[in-house]
Design a protein around this ligand. Structure first.
Ligand SMILES: *[C@@H]1O[C@H](CO)[C@@H](O)[C@H](O)[C@H]1NC(C)=O
Ligand SMILES: *[C@@H]1O[C@H](CO)[C@@H](O)[C@H](O)[C@H]1NC(C)=O
Length: 270
């Protein structure tokens, strides 16, 4: 009885020591796993911050001969120098005619543009306004006005430039683009939208498709038409007479309506 009694506490202490050690080990394991979980979570959060700092925006004013349209584009910020996919998020039609109609009253273009820009401001988070590049590209209407009266054309562009200086956006200029540039942009847009430059793989990454064919583009504008395509042969073909401009790397060939008309006149004459 005594032995049992005197042994019992002894066994109990042994058991206690044992259970104490296992409790400590369990606690240490528990602590370690908590630390690991926290560490993994922290790393993931950090990585997320690095990988997705949000969206970036760009504004393009397409100043055509009959109307001006404001487009807002967005793309993932981390894709800046890579193959980010750009999408159009907002579009606003500026009231009234194209900017070339304001040759005699260049100040009056400001109000209708401002109405659209106020809507744009609501679509882009305000802290990003100063980093949002903004471009205005004017096409055939302004090319014609410049031919008729260069001062008037410059005053229209000057009025727009002045307006954008008072705006929070990063204005990159208002310019009259050439028919060739317009053709190239149209060609790039058409082929981009058709997925000829990039395609999504099974692993949800974007790659350049091998041997992808490009498509020709026909842009029927208010005052000009652009036909752009990749010719079989660049420069050496008679098509060069159409003032086809081939770009060294991409060999894109542009045919503008005016160059076709010129060629037809020449043929009639000969
Ligand atoms: C993108 O490229 C430009 C010019 O090469 C560079 O200044 C800029 O820091 C780059 N941006 C990123 C996010 O890598
Ligand atoms: C050209 O435009 C300016 C500014 O609108 C005007 O003052 C000038 O009279 C115009 N010139 C001609 C030849 O129409």
């Amino acid at each position: 009885m005594f032995t049992v009694l005197s042994r019992q506490p002894c066994q109990q202490t042994g058991f206690k020591v044992l259970s104490k050690t296992s409790t400590i080990i369990t606690l240490v394991f528990l602590l370690l796993s908590i630390v690991v979980v926290i560490a993994v979570t922290l790393v993931q959060i950090n990585q997320k911050e690095v990988l997705s700092p949000g969206l970036k925006y760009g504004i393009v004013l397409d100043a055509g001969s009959s109307r001006t349209t404001v487009y807002v584009y967005e793309w993932p910020a981390e894709k800046e120098n890579d193959t980010g996919i750009v999408s159009q998020t907002f579009k606003c039609s500026v009231k009234g005619p194209g900017i070339s109609s304001y040759g005699n009253n260049p100040q009056e273009i400001v109000k209708p543009i401002d109405d659209c820009m106020n809507k744009v401001k609501e679509k882009i988070p305000s802290h990003l306004h100063k980093n949002t590049p903004t471009y205005l590209g004017a096409t055939a209407g302004m090319r014609l006005l410049r031919l008729q009266n260069e001062t008037a054309a410059n005053e229209v562009l000057g009025s727009i430039q002045n307006y954008f200086r008072s705006q929070p956006f990063e204005f990159r200029g208002a310019q009259i683009i050439t028919g060739q540039q317009e053709g190239v942009y149209g060609w790039i847009t058409a082929n981009y939208l058709m997925g000829n430059f990039l395609e999504k793989t099974l692993w949800r990454t974007w790659v350049h498709p091998h041997g992808a064919e490009t498509t020709g583009a026909l842009d029927l504008g208010g005052a000009s038409t652009q036909l752009s395509f990749v010719p079989e042969e660049c420069m050496q073909t008679p098509i060069a007479r159409y003032r086809c401009s081939c770009m060294a790397m991409t060999t894109v060939c542009i045919l503008t309506a005016s160059s076709v008309m010129e060629e037809m006149k020449q043929r009639k004459g000969s």
